[in-house]
Design a protein around this ligand. Structure first.
Ligand code: GDP
Ligand code: IMO
Ligand code: MG
Length: 427
């Protein structure tokens, strides 16, 4: 039996999708446990690019059961569109299941997301505007709708009458926006119900059965530790827990059954949206890395901000999640650089910090402390084993692991499956 948690170690977009695809063929089950269609996971398989938002990236492996766990917020319309897109490209989606307990993104959530951002003005967060924050707000406020409610039209109607009063009050009185019509929402969502019905399950016996039978399970994280609602750069975070802890609560798998926690990190850092980013390269070098690394969001197409690898944040992610194995992606993007830096800590108000401070104004204005490395200035794309990498590149990779406090077991030097150097399969 093995239960492996895979988390993003930075601010998301570390290449989790690629790593899930790599590991999926060695597991029986892949479970998404948090986030929603704010996620964008790109997998390149056999020369074709696949983009996943709600559906686990493990679906490319037809033998793997893919579960959307109860911690995920599911926009039914986005789910069905994604499902149809994958089916049209020939992906077998019969092995896909959604927990009846997963909450739904309702039509008013993206609207409230957008209006909330506009009201914040210069302090906006730069959300994906997919309604993820408002959906989690309603879940915690206990006025959320769950996927299983699609199978209970009478309950859905009664509850919507009550909830929509609150929502329309906010929309019209606070934001001066148009109210939503109850009948239109019901017709829309009951229309989805029939199409989603075959995927809805009580996931509890499926997961418990797999644990009892000693199956191999992979928990696919979305976003990254620095976007975590508690550990991240609050309030510039997402509204879920993209951590190892969040993977347990969002799937119903107890912490005592976890056998390994893998952290996916990029060889440099990126961030989409606003918020402190100490190692940011707001210059021509950053621009060049963005172009070479094709750092534009999978979900919103926004240009990602670029920075040097932040090992102070990396160590924080490793230790607070119990990451015992690291995957370092996009090493090839640094191939042309003559010098590379790693941030080892921050100087703020005369003090040295070895981890991100909670005070985001201090984090925004701190001075990163760097270690400097010579670049390898050789293409790493053709490497097929770790030993094929130039010595300077291996020195960089190993120093990243050492500073973060875990071993780098996999190095990725390109988007394809073949561009993956596995020193030890982290399962
Ligand atoms: P995720 O959200 O963590 O799954 O990451 P994204 O899919 O949003 O972003 C990672 C991007 O980098 C995708 O377009 C991948 O195809 C690509 N990618 C993954 N690993 C590598 C790599 O080692 N080198 C290069 N050049 N691209 C990679
Ligand atoms: P994957 O799974 C990168 C960011 C948004 C914004 C903040 C809050 O592809 O790594 P939200 O819409 O969640 O309320 O936005 O979080 N964000 C991501 N950044 N990758 C993601 O997912 C992200 N999901 C959310 O840009 O700054
Ligand atoms: Mg992404």
């Amino acid at each position: 039996m093995s239960v492996t948690i895979l988390v993003g170690g930075q601010w998301g977009d570390e290449g989790k999708g690629k790593v899930v695809d790599l590991l999926a063929e060695s597991v029986d089950m892949v479970v998404r446990s948090q986030g929603g269609n704010n996620a964008g996971h790109t997998v390149v398989a056999n020369g074709r690019e696949h983009r996943f938002h709600l559906i686990p990236s493990g679906i490319l492996n037809p033998a793997t059961l893919c579960i959307i766990g109860h911690g995920v917020v599911v926009d039914p319309s986005a789910f069905l569109q994604e499902l149809e897109r994958h089916q049209a490209s020939g992906i077998d989606t019969r092995n896909l299941v959604i927990s009846e307990r997963a909450h739904m993104v309702m039509p008013y959530h993206p609207v409230l997301d957008k209006l909330g951002e506009e009201m914040r003005g210069d302090d906006r967060l730069g959300t994906t505007r997919r309604g993820i924050g408002p959906a989690y707000e309603d879940k915690v406020r206990r006025i959320g709708f769950r996927i299983g409610d699609l199978q209970k039209p009478v309950f859905l109607e009664k509850k919507l009458r009550f909830v929509l009063r609150l929502k329309n009050e906010t929309l019209t009185k606070l934001y001066g926006a148009e109210p939503f019509d109850e009948r239109a929402i019901l017709d829309e969502y009951l229309g989805y119900a029939e199409r989603i019905d075959p995927y809805i399950r009580d996931v509890y016996p499926i997961i418990q059965g797999a644990l009892t039978e000693g199956r191999r399970i992979l928990l696919e994280g979305a976003q990254g530790v620095m976007l975590d609602i508690d550990l991240g750069t609050y309030p510039y975070v997402t509204s879920s827990a993209p951590t190892a802890g969040g993977a347990c609560t969002g799937s119903g798998i107890p912490p005592s059954r976890i056998t390994r926690t893998v952290g996916v990190f990029k060889a440099y850092a990126t961030r989409v949206g606003y918020g402190p980013f100490p190692t940011e390269l707001d210059d021509a070098l950053g621009e060049s890395i963005r172009t070479i690394g094709d750092e534009f969001g999978t979900t919103t197409g926004r240009a990602r901000r670029i920075g040097w690898f932040d090992a102070a944040a990396g160590r924080y992610a490793v230790s607070s999640n119990g990451i015992d194995s690291m995957v370092l992606t996009k090493v090839d993007v640094l191939d042309n650089l003559d010098a590379i830096r790693i941030c080892t800590g921050y100087e703020s108000k005369g003090e040295l910090w070895d981890h991100p401070m909670a005070n985001i104004s201090h984090l925004k204005h701190c001075e990163p402390v760097y270690e400097d490395f010579p670049g390898w200035q050789t293409s790493t794309r053709e490497a097929r084993r770790y030993e094929d990498l130039p010595a300077a590149c291996r020195a960089y990779v190993e120093r990243v692991g050492e500073l973060c406090g875990a071993t780098v077991d996999v190095v990725s030097v390109g988007p394809d499956r073949e561009h993956t150097l596995v020193r030890r399969l982290p399962l």
